[in-house]
Design a protein around this ligand. Structure first.
Ligand SMILES: NC(=O)c1ccc[n+]([C@@H]2O[C@H](COP(=O)([O-])OP(=O)(O)OC[C@H]3O[C@@H](n4cnc5c(N)ncnc54)[C@H](O)[C@@H]3O)[C@@H](O)[C@H]2O)c1
Length: 675
């Protein structure tokens, strides 16, 4: 019978046989609330055994009670003792140990995701979106680091829900890391079974770029939010293409990981924003960054200031410290007109702390979550119903409301308000309000292939970022389309807008060939020694990569919005073409079982090998989504694929749908029914 000594001897990559000091927790660091824990005694024992798998037997006796205490008080075993004692942040790549550039680059990315200035609950390894983790626990973090130090350019590291399964031989042109997070077998693919598996240490919520290690701070979403707002203004408020949101009011909620981008975006779009946030620490973070310009807990003051700035046609973002529902009810009661309205509370996990009930302060919400989850759920449902009423009244009075990809409308429906469903019964026909993807981002951006391309200058040097900004700008033709002009202006002003939080990173919406050309240009600059190595990637929230009927694929109307083939193909195709890191997750921004989403990371080391990979993989990564949208008969995607087939004749070829006329379909059915 093999014993633990034999097992220890069988591994060269493992945690040390030394008990780390217990960490000192800083008071002012946000902590995750207790997570759902419904394990029976057998499962609790399993959870303990599972966590102890990571550590040598000599430490088991000491750690077992500690891990059990974490499980019972926090709902998860985080292994706090294994948390590094020094500050975690994305250091310049040369400061990491490693046998290949990718191994070092991924360490930069992981550490950036856990930087206290970047992460939402850094002690619980949560980067953003209330529950989005880099990996499940600190033992995994330590082990991942060790594997990445050993990884060579002829191996691939398999990572399953944060767990490094091992290093296996592959090719120089294979991915160096394959990541999956939270994938479940169909019949268990629901939040409850997933939470059980996670509490037992067998699954992880990677959100999108948290578990795919490509998070770049809230900047990642500022550009998308800016695009959404400015295009919502054009579409709904009649703002011309060359004008901005001056004089218009946008109201929303959330100043968290992603939602914190909203005040910055509204200022870049030159509008006036009021953003409700219940957690003062989040307001403080955005205030310190300069992303919010004023704070108040007085609703009259908030609206008076907004009015003043709207009259002056000047921009301001105001954080309202309080509940979004109080703010909206004030607007309803005082007949205040709101132009654009949304919400970005973490409604993908409303019962896990993502949505704060009315009448509770933020600390009362945390306390109630810890003591009485049923009561908490009851209050969430009541508040969601009130939230819906206020939104409905405002919409009836002329406000444009859009769901902002946080599953708000699904949460309202789940709370018992079936009136929010289009057919009043179930969600199969969608909701009575539009989602931003259906109305704006889908038809105006994703259908052409425009999506959130991003990069990180791994040297950590601001001058590298400046050089890449200029290089990217030189690739864009602002005369081609309105979208190109917006992107050109975005990148031209990016440095001035002080968007960097954490590593030297940038986001820039681009279409398939724009992304390819920028990536090739950067690789050439690395080759010429003008800049250090660069990691490119994207948000999973994109044209391709993500199947999510309540968000990314909500403007797919051919019935295929309930399928996940595209996300899996995107992942597999990126792996086959040699992207450095490929990731596939369950859930993302809308919650477990509501989406399958994927992303990639590609390290530009200046080599010709990388040029080759970029030529083939970058167009695929985007065009898989455009092709699928085209097949669903989305008009701009059809235009884009027709053009692509011409340009790539003899290399790539996309199947394009013949469009049957509605008249013919109706006539055929009428005739059938008559006979
Ligand atoms: N639209 C997109 O492109 C996009 C992208 C990423 C994430 N999301 C989704 O948006 C949501 C927010 O993401 P995040 O990373 O900012 O999450 P987060 O949890 O960091 O932030 C949400 C914030 O909402 C606040 N909040 C909760 N209930 C409130 C209430 N009733 N009134 C006022 N404030 C309240 C919380 O205190 C928190 O700070 C998530 O559901 C996420 O999945 C959308």
């Amino acid at each position: 019978m093999i014993n633990n000594l034999d097992i220890s001897k069988a591994m060269t990559i493992k945690l040390d046989d030394v008990l780390p000091e217990y960490p000192v927790f800083k008071e002012n660091v946000r902590r995750a609330p207790k997570r759902e824990l419904t394990l029976n005694e057998r499962e609790i024992k399993l959870a303990l055994k599972n966590a102890l798998r990571y550590v040598p037997e000599s430490l088991h006796e000491k750690l077992a009670p500690e891990f059990l205490d974490e499980l019972m008080t926090r709902g998860r075993i985080y292994g706090y003792r294994f948390m590094p004692k020094e500050r975690i942040y994305g250091k310049p790549i040369d400061e990491y140990k490693g046998k290949c550039v990718e191994g070092k680059a991924f360490q930069v990315m992981i550490d950036n995701n856990l930087n206290h200035e970047v992460a939402l609950y850094p002690y619980e390894l949560v980067t953003y979106g209330e529950t989005g983790q880099v990996c499940q626990n600190w033992m995994q973090y330590q082990l991942l680091k060790k594997y990445l130090e050993e990884l060579t350019d002829e191996q691939t590291l398999a990572v399953m829900s944060g767990h490094p399964l091992g290093l296996f031989a592959s090719h120089k042109t294979s991915p160096r890391v394959l990541v999956t997070n939270g994938l479940m077998i169909g019949m268990f693919d629901n939040p409850h079974d997933w939470a059980k598996a996670t509490a037992m240490g067998c699954s992880s919520y990677g959100q999108m770029t948290a578990g795919g290690w490509m998070y770049i701070g809230p900047q990642g979403i500022v550009h998308g939010t800016y695009n959404t707002l400015i295009n919502a203004g054009r579409k709904e408020l009649g703002i011309p293409d060359d004008k901005d949101l001056a004089g218009h009011l946008f109201i929303t909620s959330g100043l968290g990981g992603m939602s914190g981008a909203q005040p910055k975006a509204v200022e870049i779009a030159n509008g006036v924003g009021i953003i409700a946030e219940v957690d003062y620490s989040r307001i403080e973070t955005r205030l310190k960054q300069g992303w919010v310009s004023k704070v108040t807990d007085n609703l009259e003051e908030a609206f008076n200031t907004a009015k003043d700035y709207m009259n002056k046609k000047q921009t301001i973002s105001i954080a309202y410290h309080g509940n979004i529902v109080d703010l909206l009810e004030y607007a309803v009661d005082n007949n205040i007109h709101i132009d654009l309205l949304s919400d970005q509370t973490s409604c993908h996990v409303p019962y896990d702390g993502g949505y704060c009930p009315k009448g509770l302060t933020f600390s009362e919400r945390t306390e109630l979550l810890n003591t009485d989850r049923d009561k908490f759920a009851e209050l969430v449902n009541k508040t969601l119903a009130e939230h819906f009423r206020a939104v409905k009244t405002l919409v009836d009075r002329g406000t444009y409301f859009f769901d902002y990809g946080n599953a708000f409308m699904k949460a309202v429906f789940d709370s018992g308000v079936t009136e929010i469903a289009k057919n009043g019964v179930d969600t199969s026909e969608g909701f009575i309000f539009p989602s931003y993807v259906e109305d704006i981002m889908g038809p105006m951006l994703f259908d052409y292939g425009y999506g959130p391309f991003r990069w990180v200058c791994l040297s950590g040097k601001p001058e590298d970022l400046r050089k890449t900004d200029h290089a990217a700008m030189s690739v864009i033709n602002p005369e081609r389309r309105g979208q190109d002009r917006d992107n050109y202006i975005w990148i031209r002003d990016a440095e001035k807008n002080k968007l960097v939080v954490g590593t030297q990173a940038r986001i820039l919406y681009q279409d398939a060939l724009g992304r390819r050309d920028i990536a090739l240009k950067f690789n050439e600059m690395v080759r010429n020694g003008e800049i250090g190595p660069v990691m490119i990637g994207r948000d999973h929230h994109d044209t391709g990569g993500t199947d999510s009927p309540f968000r990314e694929t909500s403007n797919i109307y051919d019935g295929s919005n309930v399928t996940a083939d595209m996300a899996v193909h995107c992942f597999a195709g990126n792996a086959a073409r040699g992207m450095s890191l490929v990731a596939l997750h369950n859930g993302g921004g809308v919650g477990v079982s509501k989406s399958i989403n994927g992303g990639f990371g590609m390290v530009l080391d200046g080599s010709e090998r990388v040029d080759e990979i970029l030529y083939k993989s970058i167009p695929w990564d985007t065009m898989v989504g455009v092709s699928r949208r085209s097949w669903a008969r989305n008009e701009h995607s059809i235009e884009t694929t027709v053009e692509y087939n011409k340009q790539f004749a003899g290399r790539d070829h996309i199947t394009i749908p013949f469009v049957a006329s509605d008249d013919l379909i109706n006539k055929t059915l009428d005739n059938y029914n008559k006979n």
